[in-house]
Design a protein around this ligand. Structure first.
Ligand code: FAD
Ligand code: FO1
Length: 476
């Protein structure tokens, strides 16, 4: 397989490259195992030209809070340091990419622009606006998927069962080792190092959703999390992955979301290990087929995060049941405050807020109950996505939109037996949780963690600089 098979042109400008290449990094924020960086460097080396990596920081990115910006910026600081060692300058610019990227091309007289593939609509909007403004070749590289999204399938897939054979047919062409990026021999630019402290301190985002101390950001930590997973947990994955009290999954989703580790690297290391075969298979199904299915859905369905994007059968059944009587209706604020009658659900919401993640099994239950306890499927989808994007480190991701659309709206699923409110959407109840694992242990864990968390927050808010302050509202 040639690297070109991961690349597409975003305009039809065919100029010979004889100068500076800009890699506008966005979804794939890493140095190792990054096809976009490798392709950019190849173009620059061929033209005996310099290469610059640019990241455009949009402080109004939808759904993003201090928690996610801080995780991302700490990872990007490591990117800057690693690029320096490769003699490749890094530039952090702030603003809207539509304005900033054409501007930096003009200033530096760049001759080629390369960026990461991404199926989300904000990225399509940025890219199409930039493509209209520039007169140099513009490429996108799918550095996130193993089989590039646009090669895996030319259309919206019905489910894992239709995408799986397509991926499997192509996997051997794409699932191979990466070359290393080289020390770059051409460099005419010298930018001042980024003042990361200043950038972080002046971010104008929601700062009430605070950092997660237990998860170390960046490429190095991502690789260490992967090693821990393969050595200590992978063998049990097939049997324990649906037990939220077992810590049996990889915890890699925040790293994969921010591109701090490549899914292809994860797959290669899992295949190299001598782990239990069933477990490795089950894990690769999630990492490859399910994850790439999410990209397929968002790329080929403009309504990937709302009611209009649901399959016809699901819209029909949800419409037939939209006026069914609800025993409980909670506001977005009540749900956010984990103030429902259901202790298991409240514990899941606390896990999300305090740990910046929720176990995958609880995510299904959590989203389905939002359908049951809100006035309409539209409300359910928008509240679930709002909470997931606001608090989850791995939120704002195709997997998150598809996870909510699957649980609430039957995407990639089939019709089940009819019941009130859900219609034919697959149902879950707390007896199912009790059968699968020790739900009481889960509830106690997050009640305790939540009590400690709020105590610590209260303490740090009330005794700041020796003065008493009113405690802040975590949820606003
Ligand atoms: P592991 O079990 O170790 O899996 C490894 C990797 O495979 C994950 O990191 C992820 O990239 C991928 N993966 C695992 N499960 C799925 C799945 N069901 N669909 C697609 N890819 C998967 N995932 C996110 O990455 N971001 C989200 O915002 C998100 N929101 C979700 C919301 C709901 C309502 C639901 C039902 C699921 C959501 N998921 C989301 C999918 C899944 O729950 C998480 O990917 C998983 O829990 C992450 O934990 P892990 O890395 O330990 O997973
Ligand atoms: N991408 C950018 O190019 N610039 C940003 O400022 C930016 C902020 C951001 C904040 C939170 C978050 O979860 C993602 C963010 N992203 C940003 C996008 C990210 O790179 C991912 O590509 C997509 O969210 C997933 O496809």
């Amino acid at each position: 397989m040639h690297i070109e098979e991961r690349v597409r042109r975003l305009n039809d400008i065919e100029k010979e490259n004889n100068g500076l290449v800009i890699y506008w990094m966005s979804r794939d924020q890493r140095i190792q195992d990054n096809w976009s960086l490798l392709f950019s460097q190849r173009l620059a080396l061929k033209a005996k030209a310099p290469l610059i990596v640019v990241f455009c920081l949009d402080t109004t990115y939808p759904g993003a809070t201090f928690r996610s910006y801080s995780f991302m910026l700490k990872g990007l600081a490591q990117v800057e340091a690693q690029l320096k060692a490769l003699n490749i300058p890094f530039l952090l610019i702030q603003g809207q990419p539509e304005n900033e990227i054409p501007e930096i091309i003009k200033k530096t007289e760049a001759k080629v622009l390369v960026t990461d593939f991404d199926p989300l609509r904000i990225k399509a909007k940025w890219k199409s606006s930039i493509a209209k403004q520039i007169s140099i070749p513009f490429y996108e590289v799918d550095a996130h998927n193993i089989v590039p999204c646009f090669m895996a399938s030319p259309k919206l897939e019905f489910g894992a069962y239709t995408l799986r054979p397509k991926i499997n047919k192509l996997l051997n062409n794409y699932l191979h080792e990466f070359p290393q990026p080289e020390h770059h021999p051409f460099n005419q630019h010298s930018f001042p190092p980024v003042d990361w402290q200043h950038v972080t301190a002046t971010l104008s985002c929601n700062r009430k959703v605070t950092e997660i101390d237990e998860l170390i950001p960046g490429e190095e930590a991502a690789h260490s999390e992967l090693s821990t997973f393969i050595s200590n947990k992978l063998d049990q994955y097939a049997t324990l992955r649906n037990d939220p009290t077992a810590d049996a999954t990889s915890n890699l989703s925040p790293y994969i979301h921010f591109g701090q580790i490549s899914a292809q690297r994860v797959a290669l290391e899992v295949l190299k290990s001598d782990s239990d075969k069933n477990s490795a298979e089950a894990f690769l199904e999630e990492l490859i087929v399910r994850r790439e299915l999410s990209d397929n859905f968002c790329y080929y369905n403009a309504d990937y995060d709302n009611f209009n994007g649901l399959p016809a059968w699901a819209k029909t059944t949800l419409n037939e049941h939209r006026n069914d009587e609800r025993q409980w209706i909670y506001s977005s604020h009540e749900l956010e405050s984990a103030a429902t009658h259901d202790n298991a659900w409240n514990a899941a919401q606390k896990e999300l807020m305090i740990r910046g993640k929720m176990h995958g099994y609880m995510r299904m239950y959590w989203a389905k109950k939002i359908l049951e306890w809100t006035a309409s499927p539209e409300d359910a989808l928008s509240i679930a996505i709002y909470l997931n994007d606001k608090y989850a480190l791995d939120g704002r991701d195709p997997n998150g939109y598809v996870g909510c659309m699957w649980a609430i709206g039957g995407v990639h699923d089939r019709a089940w037996g009819t019941r009130s409110i859900y219609g034919k959407i697959r149902y879950m109840n707390d007896n199912g949780l009790k059968r699968k694992f020790n739900i009481q242990k889960y509830i106690v864990t997050y009640n305790t963690l939540s009590a400690n968390h709020f105590f610590n927050q209260f303490r740090s808010n009330t005794i700041k600089n020796g003065q008493k302050k009113a405690p802040g509202n975590f949820y606003s």
